[in-house]
Design a protein around this ligand. Structure first.
Ligand code: SF4
Length: 299
């Protein structure tokens, strides 16, 4: 049974972590942006990257978010069945979101559904969004936070293709989506592709794919090949930083999948922008924590 002190402690740590994620990009994204910046040769593309890096430095020195759109807060929870605060976690994540909204400060981005009124707290019906997974029997928990901005959420799509469309049809859907909408999402992009059995499974898998650390490949060789082909094709479009043209359009393309009904192929696309604000923190049962995504950082 969790104590009040433990609940407060976890709110405090996660609130500070959400605040941090709004101001400091994770190690994987920083490493890739540094690599892509070095590849650009045209003055305009180089200038855009210079501004991005200056912006990131200023976010740290001025203690302000990296982008004015701090998104809708989303949590991806991967918990052991015995983590002691599992029953309290929904309330903890809501309180942590309210805390970070004040401290960062985060932009007020939760507009209550149907009433269309801003809640003023960044929480509302089903916001923060929480995706739950019980992964094992342990007493540890891993919590991933993602700050879903408007521009980068805009290209999100899912579709259920007929059987004859196959993986070629899935790839065409990804290309059409990024060509039509990718420029709205502040490139270079992280493109997540989900292969599912219906529209919602494909959409969720595409979000999980987008959140996979940049620089990783899918362990299945066919999925890894699909990632490579889509990445090469999207880079050939040459969106460049902020879509002003350049050598690369994307930081990465990640594909995740599941077994599916033989008659259909669900395909989802989720896009992350250059300011890809995600972070992973792991707790043990005593609430000792480790920040996985931002090495050497303390809260
Ligand atoms: S797409 Fe990303 S970088 Fe661009 S405005 Fe939205 S949150 Fe900010």
């Amino acid at each position: 049974m969790a104590t009040f002190g433990q609940t407060t402690q976890m709110v405090d740590v996660i609130g500070k972590f959400v605040d941090l994620v709004s101001k400091k990009l994770p190690d994987d994204v920083m490493a890739k942006l540094t690599e892509l910046r070095a590849e650009e040769k045209t003055p305009l593309a180089k200038a855009i990257y210079d501004v991005m890096f200056e912006n990131m430095q200023k976010a740290l020195t001025l203690n302000r978010p990296t982008c004015q759109d701090t998104g809708v807060i989303q949590f991806f929870v991967r918990s052991g069945a015995k983590f002691p605060l599992l029953g309290e976690l929904r309330g903890i994540l809501r309180e942590a979101t309210i805390m970070a909204t004040k401290s960062a400060p985060l932009r007020l981005n939760a507009v209550e559904v149907f009433d269309e009124k801003n809640t003023g707290t960044n929480v509302g019906t089903e916001v923060p969004f929480i995706e739950w997974e019980i992964v094992d029997d342990s007493s540890n928990i891993e919590i991933e936070v993602y700050q879903a901005g408007g521009g980068c959420s805009l290209p999100g799509r899912s579709i259920v293709l007929p059987p004859l469309a196959g993986y070629e049809g899935a790839m065409k859907f990804v290309f059409d989506t990024i060509v039509d909408w990718g420029i709205n999402a502040c490139p270079p992009l992280v493109v997540g592709v989900g292969i599912g059995t219906c529209s919602n499974s494909a959409a969720l898998l595409s979000k999980k794919a987008m959140l996979r650390p940049v620089g990783t490949s899918h362990p299945h060789p066919k999925a890894a090949e699909m990632e490579k082909k889509i990445e090469e094709g999207l880079n050939a479009i040459g969106l460049g930083p902020q879509g002003i043209s350049g050598k690369k359009s994307v930081m990465a393309v990640h594909v995740e999948g599941m077994a599916h009904h033989p008659s259909v192929l669900g395909v989802g696309v989720t896009v992350g922008c250059w300011a890809n604000r995600h972070g992973v923190i792991r707790f043990d049962e005593h609430l000792n924590y480790e920040i996985i995504s931002h090495k050497g950082v303390s809260l």
